[in-house]
Design a protein around this ligand. Structure first.
Ligand code: BG6
Length: 499
């Protein structure tokens, strides 16, 4: 999290493996550019794009400028800040598979530090396909430089493993090469302003915590719905699916923020100790229970907004009989004193009717209604809705008396909206996370045990799904997923909630 003192990071050399790739173009360079605009980068800062493609510094900068113009929350304006920012960008052509090439990196560090006259923090960002991570990490680990724990960090993107076993192997490999405090495993959901605000809402107020438990909460829902389909990512998604792509990481981390006990400080390990406790407390699903608590879906061909939409199985890179789910909904329980028997419903999917991430805390009904029955027709139990994106707001629903001579009680809402309360734009997740890596704050990054604990939660579902052939496709694009997902909450007497 950006330090309250507005401290800027020390001198930093940031190497990006996959420099010419999509992540750098769409997310990393726009984030660095915005950090530069907000004066959060060190005066001694350089970012080095690494890749096999043939670029000069100039042609590389031009390519990245396209990224800023298309994807940055602030574009390059007439004052041409880009011209000064882009001087921090260099391109180094190298084949990451060639072990001998890594001395180029040490040499670059030595030359830059000599020019600056100071030692720098060094960040290796692996913005590459997951299969390249072990090889790059192994080659980096051989550089004597990487033994300098306090100033050298490695950033690893998701997916972190394909299942528990491969995540453990990757943790084992990285752990043999780097100290845990050097490894920054990114989950970009934790960098979102509204996700960080869950901790502020819960622990900077005395109002919510006393009722934030099984005594008052009926159930909790977390929905992350997307309207898009595959966006050309068939090659990756086909081997992943909604459970691995969204639930194992993003949604479970959001659940941790909602369910965690209060940390005693904002020390990175204290916060992560508390959140990993939540993951460890999630009730293990028995194989015979999977079909009752986990629903999967895949969209077929259809129409959306009058346009023909190809089914998932017709997308590029997808098998015609694919078993990969593009929708997943699960019901979990957190077995501890605070949450025993409160259901947590999580759902996510592609090709759904709206793009929105929303958390709902549904409170139990008032214990007794003294009001005449006809006054309470529209009665609805209290509900706290936290809009993560795109609507960034918090809504508290309660009952109020409708003005007039007859006694009628209606649900109304108290709304806090970021847009109305604050001027300007909030930082993008990658801005926060990159700054955190540069300042050495690992609070919002996954520790090895967190990643493994999250895999343990989904493993029984993955195994049961692997063993059965689903009847896919089973939902229309633009719908809210398969009918079974509706039943998952309806059989408990609830319904899915958005706003
Ligand atoms: C990524 C997934 O981690 O998160 C994508 O791989 C998904 O499939 C994306 O679209 C959603 O992120 P956001 O920030 O747009 O909700």
């Amino acid at each position: 999290m950006i330090p309250a003192t507005n401290q800027r990071p020390p001198a930093t050399i940031l190497f990006i493996f996959g420099g010419s790739g999509d992540l750098n173009l769409r997310k990393l360079t726009p984030a660095l550019y915005n950090l530069y605009l907000d004066n959060y980068l060190s005066d001694r800062f350089t970012v080095v794009g690494l890749g096999r493609s043939d670029y000069t510094d100039e042609s590389f900068r031009e390519r990245l400028l396209e990224g800023v113009q298309s994807f940055s929350r602030r574009k390059n304006g007439p004052d041409d800040i880009w011209a000064s920012f882009s001087k921090t960008i260099t391109y180094l052509q190298m084949d990451a598979g060639d072990a001998g090439a890594y001395t180029k990196l040490s040499n670059y560090v030595s030359a830059t530090e000599e020019e600056w006259g100071v030692q720098a923090n060094i960040v290796f960002y692996l913005a590459v396909a997951p299969q390249l991570v072990p090889g790059i990490a192994t080659n980096l680990g051989k550089l004597p430089l990487c033994g300098e724990k306090s100033r050298v960090r490695i950033v690893v993107e998701k997916p972190f493993g394909h299942d528990l076993k491969t995540a453990q192997e990757l943790n084992g490999l990285l752990g043999g090469l780097f100290a845990e405090e050097q490894i920054y495993r990114i989950d970009h959901y934790l960098g979102k302003e509204t996700v960080q605000n869950i901790l502020a809402l819960r622990f900077a107020n005395s109002l919510f915590e006393p009722i934030w438990n099984r005594r008052y909460v009926a159930y909790i829902q977390i929905t992350a719905s997307e309207t898009v389909g595959l966006e050309g990512r068939g090659g990756y998604y086909e081997g992943s699916g909604a459970l691995r792509d969204m639930i194992q990481n993003h949604l479970l981390q959001v659940l941790c923020m909602v369910a965690t006990e209060a940390p005693i400080s904002f020390d990175a390990n204290e916060v992560r100790n508390k959140t990993v406790d939540v993951l460890n407390a999630i009730r293990r699903i028995k194989p015979e229970q999977v079909n009752d608590v986990a629903i999967r879906g895949q969209y077929g061909p259809g129409q959306k907004d009058g346009k023909a939409i190809p089914g998932y199985r017709e997308e590029e890179g997808v098998k015609p009989d694919s078993k990969t789910e593009t929708f997943a909904a699960v019901k979990l329980f957190v077995d501890n004193w605070r949450w025993e028997d409160v259901p947590f419903y999580l759902r996510t999917g592609k090709s759904l009717p709206e793009k929105a991430t929303v958390i709902t805390i549904q409170f139990k009904p008032a214990p007794y209604y003294a009001f005449p029955e006809e006054a309470t027709n529209g009665w609805q139990s209290n509900r706290l809705t936290i809009g993560i994106q795109p609507g960034m707001d918090i809504r508290l629903r309660f009952q109020a008396k409708r003005p007039g001579q007859t006694l009628a009680i209606d649900p109304v809402e108290m709304v806090f909206s970021y847009k109305d309360a604050y001027e300007g734009q909030e930082p993008e997740a990658y801005e926060t996370l990159l700054l955190d890596v540069m300042t050495g704050d690992a609070t919002l990054f996954m520790r090895a045990d967190q990643v493994e604990a999250a895999w343990k939660v989904v493993t029984p579902i993955l195994e049961a799904w692997e063993a059965e052939t689903p009847e896919f496709p089973n939902y229309e694009p633009g719908s809210w997923g398969p009918e079974a997902a509706t039943q998952l909450v309806e059989k408990d007497g609830f319904s899915w909630l958005m706003k």
